[in-house]
Design a protein around this ligand. Structure first.
Ligand code: AP5
Length: 213
């Protein structure tokens, strides 16, 4: 089973992918997290993509296509996979649609104003990549990851100019791809302006057939 989750920056793709994974036993995969992991590990891919990501631009498609293929075909995705952050443009969609199918596609719909607000208050753990929010999802101890106890950070690409660039790319390249999911009959548009739990309830209403036993 393949579930695609897309939406503007800060709409809650990563947050919802994790919650769906907990409830269904599927694997949550974030392309952004996978790329940030390469950067932190200073791999050849990481060195190639770091400066692109900091500017909020898309990294070359051969890199994302390779990463995606490996994870979808891995044993970790045996029970299904929720993909957050891929495909993001026509080139990636062409590769994806030739090689993989889509069972459900969720568009998380959120205004630009709210997206920017959520991103400016997001904090992440540099060790495990878990997301927090100083308003809506606070850690148990202020400024520390609940699991790793390390200091939380703001993402480099979460500064206003980079967020604006990422939103432009989303509106120009990613949002138009919803037509593809619509034609497949798998598109579900979710109003993402409610609380994390409210948004998750709407998604799980659609996915109730795939709940973990
Ligand atoms: P990526 O990491 O995927 O970033 P993004 O798409 O910009 O999305 P975000 O992570 O900013 O937002 P999100 O929707 O996941 O929101 P979240 O759940 O964190 O990509 C980063 C970069 O990697 C790209 O710019 C590009 O360079 C590269 N890249 C990635 N994929 C690529 C691809 N396919 N091709 C080429 N390049 C690629 O939530 C945000 C905050 O809001 C959190 O603090 C959360 O706690 C809070 N929150 C969530 N839901 C709610 C709610 N309902 N109410 C209140 N607060 C909420």
């Amino acid at each position: 089973m393949i579930v695609i989750i897309f939406g503007p920056q800060g709409s809650g793709k990563g947050t919802q992918a994790e919650l769906i994974a907990q409830k269904t036993g599927m694997l949550a995969f974030s392309m952004g997290d996978a790329l940030r992991h390469e950067v932190h590990q200073k791999t050849a891919i990481g060195m190639q993509v770091e400066s692109i990501m900091v500017k909020g631009e898309l990294v070359p498609p051969q890199i994302t296509n390779d990463i995606l293929s490996k994870v979808v075909n891995s044993p970790a995705a045996e029970k299904g996979i929720i993909i957050d952050g891929y495909p993001r443009n026509q080139e990636q969609l062409e590769f994806y649609s030739k090689n993989f199918h889509t069972d459900y596609a969720f568009e998380l719909d959120l205004s630009e104003e709210e997206s920017i607000k959520r991103i400016s208050t997001r904090r992440v753990c540099p060790k495990c990549s878990h997301n927090y929010n100083i308003v809506s999802l606070t850690p148990k101890v202020e400024g520390k990851c609940d699991m790793c106890q390390v200091d939380l950070e703001q993402r480099e690409d979460d500064k206003p100019a980079e967020v604006k660039r990422r939103l432009e790319i989303y509106n120009k390249n990613t949002l138009p791809m919803k037509e593809y999911y619509e034609k497949l009959g798998v598109l579900h548009i979710i109003d993402s302006s409610g609380s994390i739990e409210e948004v998750n309830n709407k998604i799980m209403d659609v996915l109730k057939g795939v709940l973990k036993n």
